[in-house]
Design a protein around this ligand. Sequence first.
Ligand SMILES: Nc1nc2c(ncn2[C@@H]2O[C@H](COP(=O)(O)OP(=O)(O)OP(=O)(O)O)[C@@H](O)[C@H]2O)c(=O)[nH]1
Ligand SMILES: [Mg+2]
Length: 172
Amino acid sequence: MISSRFIWKVSVVGTSGSGKSSLISRIVYDSDSGSLENRGLLRKKISVNYKGKTVENEFIFQEIDGFMENEKIMSGSSAIIMVTDVTKTLNEGEIRKFVRFVSILERKPYLILAATKIDRKYEAVTWQEDLEPLSNSYKIPVYMVSAKMPETVRKMLEDIAQTLLERKNGKF
Ligand SMILES: Nc1nc2c(ncn2[C@@H]2O[C@H](COP(=O)(O)OP(=O)(O)OP(=O)(O)O)[C@@H](O)[C@H]2O)c(=O)[nH]1
Ligand SMILES: [Mg+2]
């Protein structure tokens, strides 16, 4: 490891209304307000313990509506959080298509599936089991989260930092 400070760009993708802004708000402002307008750069610093060392991570978030197959944007991202709303039917085909697109990029971002709004479990129509085939075929981690449940989001971000550090470390 040549540095103890890293900057990661994270794209948050998903259908309109799936909860992307709310997740970013939870991370950046510790609030669940979905409105991100006029709030400046969406960044968050967290330190994690990596191999016994404290490593500073700065995340910069970018929200993208839909599963846009934009090579420049996607290959410039360290990680991509694919957001799906548990109160809506899973569009597995759309996500699979996007994952295949990302997997042929030269600089492959780390992909994560975030199934959000789990606080509305009584209205849920998509369950963790429904996400397993997707998760297993592409080895993508699944996080069951809610913008109203800060711990779930914090855990996901810490895990992302750990994995990104491991991926980076493997290259030195
Ligand atoms: N109960 C609950 N509601 C949520 C959660 N996340 C988002 N919502 C609600 O879902 C709606 C859409 O959330 P947004 O965060 O604006 O979704 P988005 O993906 O950014 O939507 P667009 O920017 O329009 O594409 C809002 O009414 C939110 O309050 C959640 O974790 N729990
Ligand atoms: Mg939004």
